[in-house]
Design a protein around this ligand. Structure first.
Ligand code: NAD
Length: 474
């Protein structure tokens, strides 16, 4: 009996020691750093729970808005063109304009609205004027073209005032801001679209259409970038907001032009999701030099070149690059690799396709495609015409006439208004806005930890596989 008791006590002691040991191990493998933990060599950001009463806005639509009344905030380099584009769309009224600087508002009144014989809009100025604009009861949509640092505060306030929101890229600058956009859109049941215009460029739309028709087989890898030397523009941003932001932030701070169109082709949160990323950045050479000249500082957080690899839940890979400092031709990469075909936009537009993927009689008599090369130019041009996305086809002539990066900006605005007027889900929802914008802080965290993998937040909170395949609502 005594022997049995001794054995039991010894067993309990050993068990206690083993538990203490494994707890110690867990504590050692999990390190907290601010708003994320490092768990088993992966960075995991905190994910807030959905509050009670808050409802998903996946596939969200509102009753048709026949005449969309818009208030614009931010009339710097980008904003006035947005106002101008909207004047070409039927069923749109520009009811209010706002900028810190009164002369910027006045210029849009005279040079755009009055010139077209349209009524002057209500004007708001100063740093806080935008709040009054959002409070107006004759506005359906608040269209935000201000600097990145102000996007979320304005979008959140506008939604809380019952307005739908369209906000320039990137919609948010941190993970916390991404969650704020999602949470407030869900709480207020309002649209919040990030204005990612590159999704509407002709090549991207055509390639998306081809991908959706299976021309490239199964898509397995995509590449996108923002490579644009901003040297001529640094002095133009209001109060130097852009260089100041880059000076204090490492990582891919402007990822959405490359990422947005890829996410649509890869059905992100419509059957797949971005699961993990790793990022690396070079030291800053040119950024540092500009910051020294313009800001008199010696430090510059943003590397001249930032490279990010993303793996999706289905194992597909995406490569995203950011470089706004070096002397290179403008390049958004935009490349799709599938099991049976390939599309490439920069520096030359082209496709590699298997003959069997083309309809009977598409190629000239006796013509064959080389699966190791781009299709010949005349075949590419024929493909571009034949597979032009129905949305681009519908509005191509007008888009080219109105312009805005060759017409894509107009197609974007046209689609936003079309969906609102027809009570349809928008092409880019608040989850896209969060998923595409969140790269900023995630890549910075990966870089800060020597290229450590980062688990990408699921902003849909588990709903990423409910919708099967990306579609433009019709
Ligand atoms: N999608 C694209 O192709 C594209 C191209 C250019 C810029 N952008 C985006 O557009 C946005 C604006 O860029 P930009 O080049 O016009 O910058 P900008 O500095 O020229 O203009 C910003 C404007 O916002 C105004 N503003 C700032 N705070 C304000 C406030 N509190 N109230 C009212 N107005 C305020 C400023 O006065 C300024 O006129 C950025 O998000 C940028 O990334 C997108």
């Amino acid at each position: 009996m005594k022997n049995k008791l001794q054995k039991l006590i010894l067993g309990l002691l050993l068990l206690g020691m083993a538990t203490a040991c494994s707890n110690k191990q867990a504590a050692e493998t999990e390190v907290r750093k601010g708003n994320y933990r490092i768990v088993d060599n992966t960075i995991v950001f905190d994910e807030p729970q959905r509050a009670e009463g808050q409802k998903s806005v996946l596939q969200f639509a509102v009753d048709p808005i026949e005449n969309v009344r818009i208030g614009f905030i931010g009339l710097g380099m980008r904003g006035p063109d947005a106002v101008d584009r909207m004047t070409y769309i039927d069923g749109v009224t520009v009811n209010a304009l706002c900028d810190i600087e009164p002369d910027r508002v006045e210029k849009v009144q005279t040079d755009i609205l009055e010139k077209k014989g349209l009524p002057r809009a209500a004007a708001y100025t100063g740093r806080e004027g935008w709040r009054e604009l959002c409070q107006r009861d004759d506005i359906d949509l608040v269209y935000i073209c201000t600097n990145w640092q102000t996007h979320v505060e304005m979008a959140v306030y506008a939604m809380r005032q019952g307005k739908h929101v369209a906000v320039e890229v990137p919609a948010a600058t941190s993970i916390e801001e991404c969650w704020q956009l999602v949470d407030v859109a869900e709480q207020t049941q309002r649209h919040c679209m990030m204005l990612e215009n590159c999704c509407y460029d002709f090549f991207e739309l055509t390639a998306l259409n081809m991908a959706q028709q299976g021309m490239f087989g199964e898509l397995i890898h995509g590449e996108g970038a923002y490579i644009h030397n901003l040297e001529p523009y640094w002095h133009e941003y209001y109060e130097n907001w852009r260089l100041e932001f880059n000076q204090s932030h490492s990582g891919d701070v402007y990822p959405t032009h490359g990422l947005g169109p890829l996410c649509q082709a890869f059905n992100i949160h419509r059957g797949d999701r971005m699961k993990t990323l790793v990022a690396m950045g070079t030291p800053s050479y040119n950024g540092k030099k500009i910051a020294k000249e313009m800001m008199g500082v010696d430090d510059f957080a943003n590397g001249d070149m930032t490279t990010t690899m993303i793996q999706t839940e289905l194992g597909k890979t995406l490569l995203i690059e950011h470089d706004v400092y070096t002397y290179r031709p403008y390049n958004r990469l935009y490349q799709l690799t599938g099991t049976e075909g390939f599309a490439n936009k920069y520096p030359i537009e082209g496709y590699t396709l298997l003959e069997k993927k083309l309809p009977e009689g598409f190629l000239a008599e006796g013509q064959h495609l080389n699966p190791h090369a781009f299709v010949p130019a005349e075949v590419r041009d024929k493909i571009s015409a034949e597979y032009l996305h129905p949305i681009a086809k519908e509005i191509e002539a007008k888009a080219k006439e109105v312009g805005g990066h060759g017409g894509m900006d107009f197609i974007m605005d046209y689609r936003l208004i079309y969906c609102l007027q027809h009570g349809l889900p928008l092409d880019e929802d608040v989850y896209d806005a969060a998923e595409w914008s969140c790269l900023g802080e995630l890549t910075a965290a990966s870089i800060a930890n020597g290229g450590m993998p980062v688990a990408m937040p699921d902003f849909t909170r588990g709903d990423w596989n409910k919708v099967k395949g990306y579609k433009h609502a019709q």
